[in-house]
Write a protein of this length. Sequence first.
Length: 145
Amino acid sequence: MSPTNMEGHSIAHAIVLIHGHPDPNPGHLSRALGDSYAESARAAGHAVHEIDVTRLDFPILRNEAEYSGSLPPSLEPIFARLHKADHIVVSFPLWLGTLPALTKAFFEQLLHRNIAFEEAARQTRFPKGRLAGRSARLVVTHGQC
């Protein structure tokens, strides 16, 4: 059964689910929670595209020149998916109080100033986010889950 709006019309959302556990082993809790979320969303009539950071090949940003550069070609289709998404879900374990290093490196590539933001308007001096208007959900486990 598809979700409906107040008028009873069917509305399906484009959801991007990012599996952020750096270990590809499917036995981790964060993977199971992400898989369950995707299964439930599909059952509700939504389109779900899953991204597994362990299967991606991208460089790690190491200096200002790399940070100011362009998006690596391997991540261009990922950003296009995020740009088209209505809702973004990120599932990851909390390690040492933050994201695992691989997941953080993934977001550093996708969300740095030249990629995720438009040039700041002179009046405001604040850049406009290219992903504005989307909802998001974090699914965070603790430890090696």
